[in-house]
Ligand binder design. Sequence first.
Ligand code: NAD
Length: 497
Amino acid sequence: MLVGHLINGEIINDSKRSQDVFNPSTGSVSKQVCMASSETVSSAIAAAEKAFPAWRNTPAIKRARVMFKFKDLLEKNVDKICALIGEEHGKISHDAAGELQRGIENVEYACCAPELLKGEYSKNVAPGIDSWSEMQPLGVVAGITPFNFPAMVPLWMYPMAIVCGNCFVLKPSERDPSSTLYIAELLKEAGLPDGVMNVINGDKEAVDTLLHDDRVKAISFVGSTPIAEYIYSTANSNGKRCQALGGAKNHAIVMPDADIDNAVAQLLGAAFGSSGERCMALSVAVTVGDDVADVLVEKLSESMKSLSFGPFNNSSNDFGPVITKNHQLSVINHINSAENQGASIVVDGRDVQVKGYENGFYVGGTLIDKVTPDMNSYDAEIFGPVLQIVRVKTMQEAMDLIDSHEYGNGTCIFTRDGEAARYFSDHIKVGMVGINIPLPVPVAYHSFGGWKRSLFGDLHAYGPDSVRFYTKRKTITQRWPSAGIREGAQFSMPTMS
Ligand code: NAD
């Protein structure tokens, strides 16, 4: 089966170049995905540009009504979408349903467009003069998304972009394209005019075409940091607005006064859920004092005995495989490297097999103690089911460690001390902070974004920042001389003095 593109409301197969799509649970090839040529991308941009004038002039309430119907269709098709996610990503159905629900919440927020786009109005800024600011759409905007949330991350972008009056070209991950494409097809059924939403599958050729085409006014990117940096700098030098969200290495501080059983349960879910392939996964626990470290390691290793992993369609599994064979090898290499550099492998997930799925891309839950900041495995975003323990003596030492890491996406502190928690959230150099909350992913009506090399750009994804990102401000000042107020020529700067 061939996965094509959605251009101007039609599925197009441009099959000159294609790539295998795997089922990571079995390790076998399940489909081929078309890799768009520049010409195909250009035709999607042309379709979006053609649709823009009419869509921009469609009243916001009508644009929002499409999103209401879209939300309804997403909810009706949860099982189908979760199966598509699972087949190509390997995510277990309960986890896929959580991802989709988070995406739907962004659609719900987009339904508020008429309220969000009201702008600002000031009457009588000077006698007989009124002034207002309105938020106008940009035109054709593009999104480029990663493999790990094929439903949720695209839904961070296009519902709000579209409801603000823009037309969209999405380039999803080529590794798990089917759920993303299927979801976008539902928009037609929801009443979206052809051309407003387009999906092109592909790789660097497609991305570079979007980056260099003058008709594309803004780009939202989510993926790894090296690519985010490339996208941001290229888009900027080509005069485009850009937000590029990158990789992460999220630390949790475990304080001596923490509720350890709670910390253990939260760490398990946040480190191993989705096989650790989340940009908000907690991959490092920083223990303050050896006493808490020893207890934590003992309790974690005990609890990890009951972790279950296996194919996506067995919902009793806690997590599934990683995305590709290469990625499986990369995760294993990081564990080898930690061991070679002197860390202690407490629970080892390297040599695992799932009965009946021997060729699947599995890595078992792995716990590594006595990791130090000079180790390569500490620096790297492993993006697998691996939790590393770094032992420090003080909370300040833990915070300095987090602050000096190149990434600053999410972090968390486990403590019963409100003063410590407040100091932590006030000073830590990270964009999303949890206090006894392991995955502090903001809800849809806040915005999502990291600091440092986890985000290039000023505006965060979704929520209120997305209205700013997908619109440009215009401020109008008006006077009607016929209202009886007339002034002669004024040569000094007009003021209200
Ligand atoms: P990736 O950077 O490999 O790919 C992301 C997108 O960029 C894909 O659509 C891909 O086709 C495209 N791409 C890849 N190489 C390219 C190149 N050389 N030139 C142009 N485009 C290219 O990321 P991934 O492996 O799909 O996803 C995992 C990464 O995404 C992790 O680093 C994870 O932390 C990050 N991520 C970050 C967030 C966040 O919100 N900060 C959310 C999800 C994932």
